[in-house]
Design a protein around this ligand. Structure first.
Ligand code: CA2
Length: 146
């Protein structure tokens, strides 16, 4: 089983700026923890980040037939991108939306996710653990066709 992790804009800055909001863990640290858990679960992982909306759309489209599940932290595009929503909906690969912070406990503009309705579910507010929980949920989605 293969899971594609997609990370949106500015997540490459994790651990280097605004540690009071997003902590001191870098995206590379998170990737390493995801890979450790993935090895235990015997899941193959591809882990990517882009600041470009179109590149994320391309990666979603290309996932068809190559990955069983997409885990996506669309970052700010969560709240703005009809393009990402349409890509997830069109490609037919089950997707899980994740966030480090609890978007519902933050500014009002973060409460609305344009991708939530086309994802299997949302994991939000568990810091880097959101990524591990999503990996575990991916196995469940794949095994039981949730
Ligand atoms: O909580 C999350 O995971 C978010 O997706 C993070 C996004 C934010 O726009 C979403 O509302 C919630 C922001 C990612 C930017 O990350 C930074 C990391 C360090 C310094 C500045 C930004």
């Amino acid at each position: 089983m293969k899971v594609l992790f997609l990370n949106g804009p500015n997540l490459n800055l994790l651990g280097t700026r605004e540690p009071e909001v997003y902590g001191r863990t870098t995206l590379a640290d998170i990737e390493a923890k995801v890979r450790e858990r993935a090895a235990q679960l015997k899941v193959a992982v591809d882990f990517r980040q882009s600041n470009q909306e179109g590149e994320l759309v391309n990666w979603i489209q290309e996932a068809k037939g190559k990955f069983e599940v997409i885990v996506i932290n669309a970052a700010a595009y969560t709240h703005t991108s009809v393009a990402l929503r349409d890509a997830i909906s069109a490609v037919g690969v089950p997707a899980i939306e994740i966030h480090l912070s609890n978007i519902h406990a933050r500014e009002e503009f973060r409460h609305k996710s344009l991708i939530a309705a086309v994802c299997k579910g949302q994991i939000s507010g568990f810091g880097e653990k959101s990524y591990i929980l999503a990996l575990e949920a991916s196995v469940n989605v794949n095994d039981s066709n949730i």
